[in-house]
Design a binder for this molecule. Sequence first.
Ligand code: PNW
Length: 502
Amino acid sequence: MAYKWLVILATILLLHVTYGARIDNQQEDEFLYDTFPEGFMWGTATSAYQIEGAWREDGKGMTNWDFWAHENNGANMANGHNGDVACDSYHKYMEDIDLLKNMGAKSYRFSLSWARIIPTGRIADGINQAGIDHYNRVIDGLVEAGVQPFVTLYHWDLPMPLVQNGAWLNETIVDHFTDYARVVFREYGDRVKFWLSFNEPHVFCPSEWQYAQHDFFQDPPVKPYICAHNIIKSHAKAYRLYDSEFKPSQEGKMGITLNCDWPEPKDLNNATHVEASDRSMHFHYGWWANPLSRGEYPPIMREILDEKSAAEGRNTSRLPTFDAEWTEIINGTLDFFGLNHYFSYYVLPSNGTSTWLDGDANIQQEYDPAWNYTAVGWPVTPFGLRKVITWISKEYGFPPIYVTENGYGSYERDGLDDPERVDYYTNYINQMLKSIKMDGSDVKGYAAWSLIDNLEWVSGYTVRFGVNYVNFTDPNLPRTPKQSAILLKKIFSDNGFPQPSP
Ligand code: PNW
């Protein structure tokens, strides 16, 4: 008799779980017709090395990327491509601004080339007025077009003398970065109200091209954690400088751009998978967000890495520690959180085979063959944008968030018709809207990557992320809007997806 009741109870429970899950999925998949909060900052993004060209013009110094592109007979980048000319935006910036204007963009995220402004990276060696003048023209052009400049100080191009000095592994770089930040706040802060210190340190800290050095990586990893430590200090010093000397009169805000994919628990009903997802978020995003907003690395990172380091027979942890003075400096140095997001994957506890960060986090990734993939093999998983934003919001007390990159990469194709990219933007932006409307996230802006097709780093020009097409075989490098640019223009002007009239 008791057995019978148990079966009935179990059936009810099962029905409840399945039905509940189905409702959740429907809620997730159903398109939400609604608009974004007033003043939502729509825009697109680029970075200096990927678009500017003019690699040796007007006194610019050499960088790690100039070196990487030319070293090894050009074999470090696909098809021997390099950024010597790129989209020639150094000269064609007015064309780029016209594209933004035509799209109705309210903001433009671009980066400054440190080596144009301070050619050796060290202020004692001199400032390059021609470089400063260049960005003055760009910023003036944007302001005149009614487009807010959203400026990244560091998007991966490092002056060569600093590279030779150990790059981000040498703590003296903290002062060089702060000196550079002082120059740009002073020169541009009257018109620039949104600053990003770094773009995706998670990507550049473990990358050999960052140090212009092959075979850079060691496992178990030590150097990426040292790089991260110096990045956090550099961000905090620049933030404190801005806060005390510039913010009172210039009234801008400063954040950092952190990339974060979404680690979906492979089995949502398995607690160890859900924990693996949470651990992944603390390692991938919290690694930076936690020290900058709470003064210390995530406790789970501290615990695991201290334990592993001891087991490896080390005297000190591979994860460095901030002393009391630094803890105070770094704590609370984000006016907003920047997020770059492209895709999701499944996570589950590690079977011991994963390396680098996931190895240290005791997790592993899996990719679902049932998902759609972009032409370059990244999953198309719009739900992840909502989940990642909502996770960050809940973990950090619903801070202001700017999505500083999101986009679709395809291999070279000549058409302006890009239906996959149109779908990608429609669905990802809709999920971002759900995170705001249904989960209470405070997302304030969105920048599509990218305004134009450009140099996709070591993939050269073989991968296109632009919503505006660049014809790289025509020496004039003409730009033409793709369907996706036309779609974004509509989303921007509608401020989202208003309910269609019956
Ligand atoms: C970003 N991932 O890099 C960069 O900020 C851009 O400069 C770049 O062009 C863009 O995304 C497209 O790649 C990423 O593997 C590199 O998840 C790798 C990943 C994400 C972003």
